[in-house]
Design a binder for this molecule. Structure first.
Ligand code: CYC
Length: 170
């Protein structure tokens, strides 16, 4: 199910019939405190998504040039575009998760069956993870330039994607 930070917390407390205790209120306070910043970052990504994907992929192919050489998984224009499209998916869904303050949208819409698909097509996980991390770095840099002081909340969806993609034991 698709949930956000508030519905997920309420669900947990309702299951055990508890009032919202100190922990719950701290969680809620933290979410609302970062609310304006979350919306600001979403707007910032929306206005710059193409640039973010472009510079992240440029950086990725500089770091791992084998990807775009003959025999590399992003070699040929078809696969090159598929790679940029995948990075765009990750960025867009990370934005949804950022606004929700919850990563369930990533599990449901992005990660289900993804590793199997990648494995069967020979899409390398390590470089994909690196691409996602580069996008995170770029988004955090932009957020800092926008005057957002605490950008730590930006980590969560990007780290969730890379953790779930690379975790072999799940
Ligand atoms: C392919 N990426 C695919 C495919 C899927 C996704 C389903 C196979 C079908 C297709 O080619 O379109 C991913 N599809 C998604 C995701 C969603 C979805 C995430 C959720 C919204 O609906 N190759 C590299 C790089 C990396 C890469 C490291 C980019 C970071 O070397 C990506 N993905 C890549 C490539 C293909 C692919 C090159 C094509 C592989 C092939 O057909 O040979």
């Amino acid at each position: 199910m698709l949930v956000d930070a508030v519905t997920s917390l309420i669900k947990n407390y309702d299951v055990t019939g508890r009032y919202l205790d100190r922990d719950a209120l701290d969680t809620l306070k933290e979410y609302f405190k970062s609310g304006t910043a979350r919306v600001k970052v979403a707007a910032m990504i929306n206005g710059n998504s193409a640039d973010i994907v472009k510079s992240a992929s440029r950086r990725l192919f500089e770091e791992i040039p084998e990807l775009i050489r003959a025999g590399g998984n992003a070699y040929t224009t078809r696969r090159y575009s598929a790679c940029l499209r995948d990075m765009d998916y990750y960025l867009r869904y990370a934005t949804y998760a950022l606004v929700a303050g919850n990563n369930s949208v990533l599990d449901e819409r992005v990660l289900q069956g993804l590793r199997e698909t990648y494995n069967s097509l020979g899409v390398p996980i390590g470089p994909t993870v690196r691409g996602i991390q580069i996008m995170k770095e770029i988004v955090k840099e932009m957020a800092m330039q926008e005057g957002i002081e605490d950008t730590s909340f930006i980590d969560s969806p990007f780290d969730h994607l890379t953790r779930e993609l690379s975790d072999v034991s799940v």
